[in-house]
Write a protein that binds this ligand. Sequence first.
Ligand code: FUL
Length: 517
Amino acid sequence: MQSRTGACHRWRRIGLALLAAVLVAVSNGSVPTPSHYGLIPPGAAEAAVVSQAARIAPTPTQLAWQEREFIAFAHFGMNTFTDVEWGTGREDPAQFNPTDFDAHQWARVIRDAGMRLLILTAKHHDGFCLWPTDTTAHSVRSSPWRDGRGDVVGEVVAACREAGLAFGVYVSPWDRHEPSYGNSPRYNAFFRAQLRELLTRYGEIAEVWFDGACGEGPDGRRQEYDWPSYYAVVRELQPRAVIFGMGPDVRWVGTETGVGRETEWSVIPDRLDIDRLAGAATHPVDAAFIPGDLTDADLGSRARLRDAASLLWYPAEADVSIRPGWFHHPAEDSRVKTPAELLDIYFSSVGRNAVLLVNVPPDRRGRIHDADIRSLQELRRLLDGTFRDNRLAGAAASAPAAPGCGAGNVLDTDPATYWSPPEGTTSDVLEFELPAARTFDVAMVREHIRLGQRVESFRFEWRDDGDAWREFARGTTVGYQRLLRFPPVTARAVRLVIESSRTSHALSAVGLYALAK
Ligand code: FUL
């Protein structure tokens, strides 16, 4: 529902109905496409392309994924016991034998850290399966753990459900054990069968993580992955899961440092093969998607859009391990990232329009080590202490360009309400009169991305009674969330200047905070 009074755009709750209605026309102008992608008519003027890009929006599944903000990886498997990062596939299943396995401990640690989803390495490149698969004997079924009757995936899923965490699977297409690997059709069928087991036996799966690593099979032939057929299994069995990495829903940010780009667009050009798009009846994006890593510094600026043929909502996930390696190695117990390092990573990912995926690898006992727990607990304390108290609470918000409208929507705690200036306005000022002078050194801005990502540059300014405005922070893109840190400022009045936007921006939240000590 939205209300609009004269020139005053005071948006309220926007249901998914509106999302569905925000459609973009395909090049022949007749068939509307879902709003999370679009085709650009050949010869379209730059302004038209920019305006179209501003209206590409996430699917409900992508939105739910983005709202999780901070999620966890658990690299656990054969490598935990052999003390390597990449197994060869020739390991003896007898080596997998955790001494004190406790998935409930993992789930509690992850939940208490404020992470909302746990992705488990159900199969890493060595091919050893953490669930009792019927596709190969190379699994927990052949290990002494729980007398061959154990199921790591099952226990982790149950613990996640109890802790209120969503669950996801990492399942490596590269398989250094499986003899059919390299015989492309046979291995593709084998891999789909593994997916089918994982996606039918364990209830709801929120994310399927596809790494692109690819090698040669035992006979030296290179495996050709049949990605669209893998996507089809996911869509059939888990329609609410996002497919990460080599899939079309969530993009790898491009580093394994947990750091996103200063300018991070979620609308990315040219990931679709237009010929395949036209021929696909269902899931056209899956059929047309061009898998591949995107590591350029600039993925979505106006310069990148200029000659684009297609647009896709394709947001970034930033992965990083809490330790130097992805798997637990006892020698790295003293090299766990500090809370301050994790906080920097948080600001550079969750604070830059990405979801942060932190790997917390359980050890040979099958438990998370105390060193990792201590860092995560302290990170949580810092985040809670920082974001508990919005220094803009109680401020009077106004937008001089459209007085009396809904500028205050950015201060309520309802993500469904937002402030948007009159249609077509690409710059704007929001002023905040604080009830008293307050001190802060962190700023937060969020766009209502259900409508798309629009802001290209903004700055914050402060002043004392009647003084000139002085800048204290600036940024480029916002997207789901932008966080900025700066030297402490004490002020009674603050303003947010949207310097440039692809079309009228829609801001859902603005906050000022003081970093917890
Ligand atoms: C990579 C893998 O090769 C690493 O071992 C790790 O699993 C990482 C998250 O993805 O590509």
